[in-house]
Design a protein around this ligand. Sequence first.
Ligand code: UDP
Length: 327
Amino acid sequence: MSILVCGGAGYIGSHMVLELIKKNYDVVVVDNLSNGHRELVDKNAKFYTCDIRDDSLMDNIIQKENVEAVIHFAAFSIVSESMIDPAKYYDNNILATLSLLNTMRRNKINKIVFSSTAAVYGEPESIPIHEDNSLRPINPYGETKLTIEKMLYWFDNAYNIKYSILRYFNVAGADENIKTGEMHNPETHLIPIILKSILENKKIKIFGDDYPTQDGTCIRDYIHVTDLAIAHILALEKLNKTNKSEIYNLGNGNGFSVMQIIKTAEKVTGKKINYEIAPRRIGDPAILIASSEKAKKNLNWQPKFYEPEKIISTAWNWHKKLFLDKN
Ligand code: UDP
């Protein structure tokens, strides 16, 4: 029996594969390589270049590999791009997931762990954000993830497909042994942008210093990608045990401002970061901090890399390696 990781060649997916292999799971990866990197997938996993919409290839893989559950990361996730081209997001995120769920139905697979996002909450009604906060996405990316969450609810109701929905806050960092890490193109996330700016001698922009926060810059809850991957395994094991669908936030419960992250990155790297203040970025809420009490309590999840220093230092090791390999 094996676990199918859809989008396993991406940033989070490749860390997922690594942690599953460490726990001796048989892992099968499908990825269409639109954003993923084949070389980030651990050699002990089976890899197929396959779009999750390719029904016949998916059927073949699932039957050949005896798949028992699915962990689904395959999606587009750039908020700004989703504002400009929502059709791309509705097509790739919603329609492709519908295909995947129908494939699961055809092949009688009834467990899925789904990668969702804090973007389903939009501008939060209260902080920290609990799973039962209002769901009011303010961009197409968040809207597509919420639509899939609702689809999962009704597919459970009608077809008995059980799910664990994991709503991520700001995922960052890299595998401790730098076997994989973040490699987006274009890069839009704060921590890799800061670290690359040091290596490439560039200036970064701080999007807004007039938010209602202590130093005027936005506050986010950063979670290490390995802690996140481990939470998926715990969620899957819980699902297998209880056969009950659940939704969990995944964050550290601590907020750090853009300026605090810059200062921490300077401390970790020993380098000065060159920045300028730029206008606010559309669709950025001032503060996003998770309550992950439910995941900690129900899944017995204990994040290991909760200090921003640790998150940034693993990312720094990864980006230095990438930079050396390139030059
Ligand atoms: N940010 C910034 N400059 C950048 C990239 C991001 O000031 O070059 C800010 C962004 O406006 C937000 C925070 O950093 O307040 C985190 O942004 P990121 O894109 O990493 O994650 P998001 O919270 O949007 O998912």
